[in-house]
Design a protein around this ligand. Structure first.
Ligand code: AMP
Length: 184
């Protein structure tokens, strides 16, 4: 059973790689960013609440994303495993997830830290052209990553759940390294 959390700065290639690996393992790829963008597009109550945070590169309040993830992990397709991409992003979310996984007896998750230097991720994000990929918002997202999400590297390392993969190589090379790490 494969249960993976993808951690790393915006632009490290988490989304792309998570999709490839999830497809190859035939398990759902759960991206909180994708779920939020869809909610925003459909202007659901969740989307309306999340919009201003997302537009500014800030984190959506923990409670909102936590409920979203809890609901998603209750879907039957997650019985075969899953990849979480973009969640958790704060220590509070990680603690919530840890408890939830224990409750649903899925607490054998591993965490992949997909690492890449700032100049590389900024160049990638600028080339991506998403609505929240303006230079100012990118800078803010990186700050938020460093202050709120990067502490999770230590958090999961202390729990001996952390695996690190170098995101600063070609897409194919990253995929190959990921597959090796996951199989080991
Ligand atoms: P992403 O596609 O993962 O880069 O997420 C895009 C935006 O959605 C982020 O900049 C946040 O505003 C919001 N978001 C996604 N995941 C989370 C999360 N786990 N906690 C808080 N906000 C999130």
């Amino acid at each position: 059973m494969t249960r993976l959390i993808f951690l790393g700065p915006p632009g490290a290639g988490k989304g792309t790689q998570a999709k490839v690996i999830a497809d190859s393992l035939n398990i759902p790829h759960i991206s909180t960013g994708d779920i939020l963008r869809q909610a925003l597009q459909q202007q659901t109550p969740l989307g309306v609440k999340a919009q201003s945070y997302m537009d500014q590169g800030e984190l959506v309040p923990d409670q909102l994303v936590q409920e979203m993830v809890q609901e998603r992990l209750a879907q039957p397709d997650t019985n075969s495993g899953w990849i979480l991409d973009g969640f958790p992003r704060t220590v509070k979310q990680a603690a919530f997830l840890g408890e939830l996984l224990q409750e649903i007896k899925q607490n054998d998750e591993r965490v992949i830290n997909l690492d890449a230097p700032d100049d590389v991720v900024v160049t990638r994000l600028l080339g991506r052209g998403r609505k929240d990929d303006t230079e100012e918002v990118i800078r803010r997202r990186l700050e938020v990553y460093r202050s709120q999400t990067a502490p999770l590297i230590d958090y999961y390392s202390q729990q001996q759940k952390l695996l690190t993969v170098n995101g600063n190589q070609s897409q194919e090379e990253v995929t190959t390294e990921l597959k090796q790490v996951i199989a080991s």
